[in-house]
Design a protein around this ligand. Sequence first.
Ligand SMILES: *[C@@H]1O[C@H](CO)[C@@H](O)[C@H](O)[C@H]1NC(C)=O
Ligand SMILES: *[C@@H]1O[C@H](CO)[C@@H](O)[C@H](O)[C@H]1NC(C)=O
Ligand SMILES: *[C@@H]1O[C@H](CO)[C@@H](O)[C@H](O)[C@H]1NC(C)=O
Ligand SMILES: *[C@@H]1O[C@H](CO)[C@@H](O)[C@H](O)[C@H]1NC(C)=O
Ligand SMILES: *[C@@H]1O[C@H](CO)[C@@H](O)[C@H](O)[C@H]1NC(C)=O
Ligand SMILES: *[C@@H]1O[C@H](CO)[C@@H](O)[C@H](O)[C@H]1NC(C)=O
Ligand SMILES: *[C@@H]1O[C@H](CO)[C@@H](O)[C@H](O)[C@H]1NC(C)=O
Length: 559
Amino acid sequence: NVSLEHLLVLKSFSFIAFLIFTSVVSLICFSPGEIVVNEVNFVRKCINAEGSQDDLWGKLICTNFKVSFIPQDAPLKQLSHLLFGEHDIPLTCLEQVVTVNDTKGKKKVLGSNKKLKFNPTELILYSKDLRIIRFCFDQAGPESAKKVCLAIAHYSHPADLQLLFGFEYQGRRYHECKGERVKGATPRGGIHTPIFDRPSDWDREIKRTGASEWRVCAINEGYAISSSLPEYAVVPVSLADQDLKNYSVFFLDNRIPLWCWNHPNGSALVRMANICDPLQQRKIEQKIFTAITKSHPQRCDVIKLDLDKFLPNIQDIQAAFVKIRQICVIDAFEESEERWLSSIENSRWIEHVRAFLKFSADVIFHLDGNNISVVLQEEEDRDLNCVVSSLAQLMLDPHYRSIIGFQSLVQKEWVMAGHRFLDRCNHLNKSDKEESPLFMLFLDCVWQMMNQYPAAFEFTEAYLTVLSDSMWIPLFSTFLFNSSKQRAQYFMDFAKNKAIPQGEDHVVYFPPVWNWSQQFSNKDLTLFNNPMYVGKGAACVQNGEVKTFKRTKMVDGVP
Ligand SMILES: *[C@@H]1O[C@H](CO)[C@@H](O)[C@H](O)[C@H]1NC(C)=O
Ligand SMILES: *[C@@H]1O[C@H](CO)[C@@H](O)[C@H](O)[C@H]1NC(C)=O
Ligand SMILES: *[C@@H]1O[C@H](CO)[C@@H](O)[C@H](O)[C@H]1NC(C)=O
Ligand SMILES: *[C@@H]1O[C@H](CO)[C@@H](O)[C@H](O)[C@H]1NC(C)=O
Ligand SMILES: *[C@@H]1O[C@H](CO)[C@@H](O)[C@H](O)[C@H]1NC(C)=O
Ligand SMILES: *[C@@H]1O[C@H](CO)[C@@H](O)[C@H](O)[C@H]1NC(C)=O
Ligand SMILES: *[C@@H]1O[C@H](CO)[C@@H](O)[C@H](O)[C@H]1NC(C)=O
């Protein structure tokens, strides 16, 4: 059995473990467009492994959006989700659906088209937000129980992206809420977070960081050049559009290098993909680096860092995540503490978190310590670069440690830079080989920094938890697509099918996750705010070396 100390050790080493022992939420609710597919009564939800005295009796329901369990006597919880009850789980959040008939010792993992030859006595759901949920059917009708299990497996991952519940939900919500919306009353429909899908957002960022030798470039408008870059990007003023067009052909998917951020001393942070043609590599790189140097007020040098060479790749990260999930969720209660801690170490997850933090601190050393501009290079510029560029900015710029700033950072370095959320999250359960929790790794790194500098961040652990859970709720545009081009294509069809007027802002008809009122009441949203936050006065939160304020807490395993 597990002691309280054991749980505390567990909670303190990683964001992942923290998530497992923290649960939000309450009550039953159905969303617009939600339909009950199948249900079964007299189901027992098993709460403890040891005995049945805490078990809950109720009804298990499969809808086209979620698996819902409605207990007969529902106790109320503090933080209540507006879309989910305490016992609900979105279908896209299901990792594995397992049925068991214990009388025969049978067990089967259900896929979307699988048959089930026995009547299940038990259903076990493994979820992507690291829960295991068990239901027993000893008092339920065997045929109904079987039907619900098959329905859950069938509906858990739709064959096609536009069949995800979000498209149904947002279409209805848009028309139902039409009357309430006041056009232009608030910036971009009330969401203060810049989306970076228009030149003005980039212009503001250039001004804010004093990057006077950089400009917004529109050569990818209408996705004319690259299918994974945003329509607008920032480039050195000395490069003309025609130069950029000429250089773009040498990059994978024509991804021209992207400006991320400027240091107040003048150095710039830039990200870029590999150059495909080895014969041209030196020449093209030279031209680009010369342009970056010209954009530096003191004409300081440029250093290129090859992330693929020094950091774990996406398969390593996925493998570590699978192991740590196995250890935390499934084996947590079966091993002695020493053995358990050593298996955590062996999963290498913490080691990877440490590697990314350390690498980002090296980036800072060049930008901040030497006034040197840094170019982050990665094969596709869509995975590791997202983690390192956002961590470096978070360490150096207090603006990104505010809630709005942090959200704009995720928008800029992940969503707009073309991180393949659809593939990496594996929402359709079709891309096993592409699945990798890069964003989760990033959140764990942020969590480590928050533990070292508890006063430097405006947001709380509760905020990070809700953000990471939102990845598995298919209602927000933020985590659904591989690129902004893909998003634009799906939204074009969506708007046509749902009779949404041309020219309507997609932020209004299919909102990103940043309108938190979609999920929580204003009262609950106060839990996002860190009461210890000292404001933007806190300067550098570089991992390790302390600059403006004292380190108050040491996190296990992190230097
Ligand atoms: C997703 O796919 C994997 C491997 O193809 C499979 O093991 C798993 O059961 C599937 N999950 C669901 C919920 O269907
Ligand atoms: C378990 O499986 C056996 C064989 O399929 C079946 O006869 C029995 O009814 C099942 N148990 C339940 C509770 O459905
Ligand atoms: C944010 O979401 C809430 C709840 O769905 C909605 O009432 C509100 O209009 C939304 N705000 C904007 C600006 O879309
Ligand atoms: C771009 O390439 C075209 C054809 O390859 C060439 O004619 C032109 O001079 C180049 N322009 C610049 C600005 O390098
Ligand atoms: C770095 O930039 C600052 C601000 O422009 C300048 O004062 C300082 O001398 C520079 N340091 C080096 C080492 O070039
Ligand atoms: C960069 O600027 C900061 C103040 O913003 C200064 O403390 C630091 O020494 C500068 N870096 C270099 C290399 O001069
Ligand atoms: C995601 O995008 C990549 C290319 O950017 C593409 O190869 C892949 O098929 C896309 N995945 C889905 C599920 O559309």
